[in-house]
Design a protein around this ligand. Sequence first.
Ligand SMILES: Cc1cc2nc3c(=O)[nH]c(=O)nc-3n(C[C@H](O)[C@H](O)[C@H](O)COP(=O)(O)O)c2cc1C
Length: 157
Amino acid sequence: MAFDPAIQRKIMGQFATGVTVVTTGGKAGLHGLTANAVASLSLDPPLVLVAVDKKSHSLDYFKVNRCFAVNILRLDQEDISRRFAASGPKIFTGLSILSIVTGAPILANCLAYVDCRVVEILPGGDHEIFVGEIVSGDLHGGQPLLYHAGKYRRLAD
Ligand SMILES: Cc1cc2nc3c(=O)[nH]c(=O)nc-3n(C[C@H](O)[C@H](O)[C@H](O)COP(=O)(O)O)c2cc1C
């Protein structure tokens, strides 16, 4: 019998993470989603991955645009996280965009970012895993927005 997904959520929700908004842009247009299933995968070559739910609208945008940027959010960007966690068209107007190189918008004032071109799309159950090669990135510093047990959190110190 398959493991109970509600219990899996609760267990894995104990794994405290940062919060990112993964953006994309290009032929399909601008889109993005809030994501914490993000990891640094390889240093040589420089790869990161993001797991995207097959039900997510973002999937088709990522596939057509072949690029994404992982914007690691700052503590004061919870509103942006909530905005990109709502399914459907994403409003970019009013958001400060630092730059667009690959096509994926880099959010101004984020803690750090990597801008990637998609090099592989792997199956991952009810998700698809986008592997991106980093073409540029930078860090700006500040306090991170955290997520734990279904709630936004902050560092204790
Ligand atoms: C903290 C947090 C982390 C999330 N992480 C992911 C993730 O890693 N992958 C994913 O597909 N959805 C994730 N989601 C859910 C998406 O943000 C949400 O389904 C969003 O509505 C997708 O938008 P779209 O359908 O327009 O692509 C997360 C949501 C929150 C609040």
